[in-house]
Design a protein around this ligand. Structure first.
Ligand code: MN3
Length: 201
C-alpha cells in the first residue's frame, strides 16, 4: 500500500488568525508530507507493506526494529485526525449528544476544557493531547511524539498537536494560548460528535 498526503478540507488561510497560512503550509505541506514519504519508504519490502494504516500503527508499536515505521505511521494517522478536527468559523456550541456525554463524565464543559488544556501544557516536549472514549467513558489523555489512543485501545474523538511546529510561528512559546485558541475557535465539534456517535453504535 502506498499512502498519500490527504488534502485539507479547507484552504491554507482559512483558519486565520488562529492558525496562520504559513503554519499550515509548513505543517501540512512539509511536516505531514515528510511523514507520508518516510512511511512509504520504510514499509517497502517489509511484512507491513500491505497492511492498513491502523494495522501498521498498532503492529509496529513497541517494537524497536519498527520504531521508524511507528513514528511515521502514527504521525500520519494523528495528522489526518487533527486536520479533520478543525474548521473555519467553528461554532462554540457542542452538539447535544457530545455535550451530554461531556457533562456526564467531566461535570462541566469548562472542566473538560481545563483538563484538555492542562494535558497539552504538561506534555513535556513533543506530543499530543486527546479526548478519547475508553470503554464507555470519556477521558482526556496525552501521548509523547507520534503515540496515539489507537495503541491504547481507545477511540480518539479529538486530538491536538502540541509539537512546536504546530504553534511556534503563531504563538512562539505560548502553548497555552495556542491550546485556548484551538478549543475556542478551531475545533469542529460536529466532527467530534460524529466520532462519538460512530464509536458508540
Ligand atoms: Mn504536526
Amino acid at each position: 500500500m502506498n499512502f498519500s498526503l490527504p488534502s485539507l478540507p479547507y484552504s491554507y488561510d482559512a483558519l486565520e488568525p488562529y492558525m496562520s497560512s504559513q503554519t499550515l503550509q509548513l505543517h501540512h505541506g512539509k511536516h505531514h508530507q515528510t511523514y507520508v514519504t518516510n512511511l512509504n519508504n520504510l514499509i517497502k519490502d517489509t511484512s507491513l507493506q500491505d497492511k492498513t494504516l491502523e494495522q501498521i500503527v498498532t503492529q509496529s508499536f513497541g517494537h524497536t526494529e519498527y520504531q521508524g515505521i511507528f513514528n511515521n505511521s502514527g504521525q500520519h494517522w494523528n495528522h489526518q485526525l487533527f486536520w479533520t478536527s478543525m474548521q473555519p468559523n467553528a461554532k462554540s456550541t457542542l452538539p447535544p449528544n457530545l455535550e451530554k456525554r461531556i457533562l456526564h463524565d467531566f461535570g462541566t464543559i469548562e472542566t473538560f476544557k481545563e483538563a484538555f488544556l492542562s494535558a497539552g501544557l504538561t506534555q513535556f516536549g513533543s506530543g499530543w493531547c486527546w479526548l478519547v472514549l475508553e470503554q464507555e467513558t470519556l477521558k482526556v489523555t496525552k501521548t509523547p511524539n507520534g503515540e496515539n489512543p489507537l495503541v491504547h485501545g481507545q477511540k480518539a474523538l479529538l486530538g491536538c498537536d502540541v509539537w512546536e511546529h504546530s504553534y511556534y510561528l503563531d504563538y512562539q512559546n505560548r502553548r497555552a494560548d495556542y491550546l485556548k485558541a484551538f478549543l475556542d475557535y478551531l475545533v469542529n465539534w460536529e466532527a467530534v460528535a460524529d466520532r462519538l456517535q460512530n464509536s458508540t453504535n
